[in-house]
Design a protein around this ligand. Structure first.
Ligand code: BGC
Length: 381
């Protein structure tokens, strides 16, 4: 089980701001706004995709704890990455009379009927980290700057290969380097943002011949990983090694969009002898700073990951929920980027950081996200 220590400062601010709105929320009986409802009469439905990935466990926990601290009831559901299960869970939240919904979709295009029902019941919907598409009834989006996450993944790859220096200046390496590219799940709106950010960053080096994609698989649908699954990624890496590297050539770098995918890639590479003497591991990127992968970075097996502080995202979701429950419009910091196919959804986007071996301590340990003991063990206590 993955336990995050709350950021004292964030939590204190949250309690203050939420208690300031106590007594002015939505009614719990009909889902409609009512200025007389107390927080304890309000239930927030929280739908998360899966417990197979640490980050969603951390997100669910942080959202639940923050809302409960402010006095609200929380109806938290995980759907095992199963689309119909998530649809039913949200249907039930609406029938039960939950007053507001915070939803991290499995398939961002599969929730239109639930969102129609929410709208009809006057329930506000906050799309959490993954944009819900094809519906006018998404009220707000909280996430990270997902294109920039991709840029950071591309930058980490280039830095690891020596094509860039740590300060972003041109590195001394000349290549050519053999690189393979992985993308996330295509039904997740974020996958395209990560891919575009990363691809735009490395494209000049592909164009100049310094980076070679030996498999020839340079399109997102060739590189995609259904449901972001580790096993799917491992299988694809094995296939790539067989089809493009049986001539004795070596993989120098792998762009991976998520730590679970990176671990699948690493297993495939290790099974093929990489990481042994005279056969070094390629530069491999990731995302989410999952504890097992942070240890792999510390041990020099994975090169980098992207840290998205789930405590801050949860806090932001709660700030938005609080505004709606108090009958106010939440503050957006982006009203242009996230077009869901029907409307541009007002968003609040947070910033992420690249984690390399040498900044694990300042980013992850000093901020209280993990203890040094957890990093050393590769397991959260
Ligand atoms: C999230 C990533 C995560 C991925 C797989 C994406 O929607 O933004 O943080 O790695 O899903 O769970």
């Amino acid at each position: 089980m993955n336990v995050r220590r709350p950021l004292a400062v964030l939590t204190a601010g949250l309690v203050l701001s939420l208690s300031a709105c106590g007594g002015g929320g939505a009614g719990s009986t009909d889902g409609a706004s009512s200025s007389s409802a107390k927080p304890e009469d309000i239930t927030v439905g929280v739908a998360m995709p899966t417990q197979t990935s640490e980050r969603w466990i951390a997100d669910g926990k942080a959202v639940k704890e923050g809302l409960e601290k402010a006095g609200y009831k929380v109806d938290l559901q995980y759907a095992n990455d199963d689309i119909p299960t998530q649809g039913q869970q949200i249907d039930q939240m609406i029938t039960k009379g939950d007053d507001l919904l915070i939803l991290a979709a499995i398939d961002g295009t599969a929730l239109s009927s639930q969102l129609d029902a929410a709208k009809a019941a006057n329930i506000k919907v906050i799309s959490y980290d993954r944009l819900i598409r094809d519906s006018a009834n998404v009220d707000f989006y909280v996430s990270f700057d997902n294109y920039k996450v991709g840029v950071q993944q591309g930058t980490a790859l280039l830095t690891g290969l020596g094509l860039l220096n740590a300060d972003g200046s041109k590195g001394t390496a000349t290549g050519p380097f053999n690189v393979e590219l992985f993308a996330g799940s295509l039904d997740d709106n974020n996958a395209g943002f990560f891919w575009n950010g990363a691809f735009d960053t490395i494209k000049p080096f592909i164009d100049s011949g310094v980076i070679k994609i030996k498999s020839g698989q340079t399109k997102i649908d060739e590189a995609a990983t259904l449901r972001w699954q580790q096993e799917v990624a491992q299988k694809r890496m094995e296939d790539l090694l067989t089809s493009a590297y049986s001539d004795g050539s070596k993989v120098d770098g792998v762009l991976s969009p998520y730590d679970g995918i990176s671990r699948g890639i690493i297993t495939a590479l290790q099974n093929a002898g990489y990481g042994g003497s005279g056969n070094k591991m390629p530069i491999i990127t990731g995302q989410d700073a999952e504890i097992a992968s942070v240890k792999l970075i510390n041990d020099g097996v994975q090169y980098a990951t992207i840290f998205k502080d789930t405590r801050k995202l949860a806090e932001q979701a709660i700030t938005v929920a609080e505004a709606y429950l108090d009958g106010k419009e939440p503050e957006a910091n982006d009203t242009k980027t996230y077009d869901n196919g029907v409307k541009v959804v007002p968003s609040f986007l947070l910033q992420s950081d690249i984690v390399y071996k040498d900044n694990i301590k300042p980013l992850l340990v000093d901020s209280g996200y993990y203890t040094q003991a957890e990093v050393d063990a590769g397991q959260a206590s």
